[in-house]
Design a protein around this ligand. Sequence first.
Ligand SMILES: Cc1cc2nc3c(=O)[nH]c(=O)nc-3n(C[C@H](O)[C@H](O)[C@H](O)COP(=O)(O)OP(=O)(O)OC[C@H]3O[C@@H](n4cnc5c(N)ncnc54)[C@H](O)[C@@H]3O)c2cc1C
Length: 396
Amino acid sequence: MHTTEVLIIGAGAAGLFCAIQAGYRGRKVRVIDHARKPGKKILMAGGGRCNFTNREVLPKHFRCSNPHFVISALKRFSSQDFIDLVERHAIDYHERDWGQLFCDHSSKDLLDALLTECEWAGVELQMNTEIHAVETLPEGGYRVQASGGAINCESLVIATGGLSFPNAGATDLGLRIARQFGLPCIRTHAALVPFTLQPRELEQLKPLAGIAVPARIRCGGAQFRENLLFTHRGISGPVVLQASNYWQPGQPIEIDLLPQLDLADWLKQQRQQKPRSALRTLLAQLLPKRLLQALESLGQLQALDETAAQLSDRRIEALQQALGQWRLVPSGTEGYRTAEVTLGGVDTHAISSKTFEAHSAPGLYFIGEVLDVTGWLGGYNLQWAWASGYCAGQYV
Ligand SMILES: Cc1cc2nc3c(=O)[nH]c(=O)nc-3n(C[C@H](O)[C@H](O)[C@H](O)COP(=O)(O)OP(=O)(O)OC[C@H]3O[C@@H](n4cnc5c(N)ncnc54)[C@H](O)[C@@H]3O)c2cc1C
């Protein structure tokens, strides 16, 4: 039988960060995890360069059925606070579009810094540990039955993350523990994930696999403008991943393939300047020819052999609609196998936004992605892990 003051299940971003804060407060902290090594998703993040935060992090960058929940933690631990840590460890980083911050070399630099902080804070890391059961102790506190033996603690922190990438060790343990203690959970879906297409669209669009175009997608009341990538299974790329956070099965998405242009104005100009040019030739200046062919086969574009002079104003409007409001109904998503995050999770109405303790279970805390808080693509999910871990770390 082991005893510790703070026991954290999950040695990922949120768990490690919470452990560091609690350790610096002088708490005896142990982190347990079934994986062989800590921080697997930190290593995978940002294609191995870890998009660790964003210059601008606001509540609007998150989905949560209790939207005010995130405000306090994001204020108490800002992206600048995390940047300060990165700079203290002399990790080189750079900024990409939309304020996204990435390591120059490798995510490993960041994980090493966190593990160094864990060491300085006296945190004990216990990997390769299966969790069998969680029980309350009559005198207060919790007992976790685990493969290395039972562990008693005063504060138990659940930082088991979301359901995406089961190959990287993701499980629903956190949700099961929440339910065991009577906490409500919001239904989960794969998010930040590519869309799959219906057979008819897939047949025409599959040959475009590998082609990327700038696009705007409107979906579920949100809209994003970034690159869209055609794949063998459907569509992906940053704009699709962002839209997937707002998509419900069966819903259409609306794609603008020329977000940078007023197509109607442009076509009217061409009608004057190049009246004899075929529409096909004109549109090929704006979009890949193979994409135009696919749109033609799908019936989305018609009569591309007309000349510019033949285009009526009504026809120009119809073309603007065809390319600016292309409605597609995805057949689904690629699911948790390739999703970066999980929508839904432990209902934050049941959790204190100040301490991250469950209202109905004193000493039991939930942080990070296991909660019903899902960020946009761009470093927001890790910032949520750091911020929620930091805040809980002050109270556990
Ligand atoms: C491929 C990929 C790329 C990503 N890139 C980015 C990015 O660049 N920027 C960004 O902000 N976000 C990114 N994310 C999302 C981000 O990694 C997560 O939101 C974040 O890691 C969540 O932190 P967490 O601590 O809540 O969970 P995790 O980091 O997932 O940690 C959970 C831990 O709990 C452990 N665990 C789970 N189940 C059990 C169990 N049954 N028993 C014991 N231990 C268990 C796991 O082994 C894991 O170590 C990416 C995600 C993926 C999958």
